[in-house]
Write a protein that binds this ligand. Structure first.
Ligand SMILES: [Zn+2]
Length: 84
């Protein structure tokens, strides 16, 4: 396997993958009791199956369940204005 595994927390990893733009997700969200893996607050949430890579150099494919809010916030709000 890849030896480039850094000890990133799951939210940090998700931010890198979404920030890279190298991801795709299924069009239909579904309800998960586990909730979003980025903003997990212990409550269920409607999530998307999202998969992608951190960078063009690191092609390892990651898969997450992330809510639409996080995708939008991390992708479109990645200039640092997404902090509520
Ligand atoms: Zn979320």
């Amino acid at each position: 396997m890849s030896n480039s595994q850094e000890h990133l927390s799951m939210p940090a990893l998700i931010e890198q993958v979404i920030g890279s733009g190298l991801f795709s997700f299924d069009g239909e969200p579904y309800f998960s009791w586990q909730g979003c893996e980025h903003c997990a607050d212990g409550l269920g949430a409607a999530v998307y199956d999202l998969r992608g890579c951190r960078s063009l150099e690191d092609r390892e494919l990651y898969e997450f369940q992330v809510c639409g809010d996080c995708i939008i916030r991390l992708y479109y709000g990645r200039r640092g204005t997404y902090h509520a």
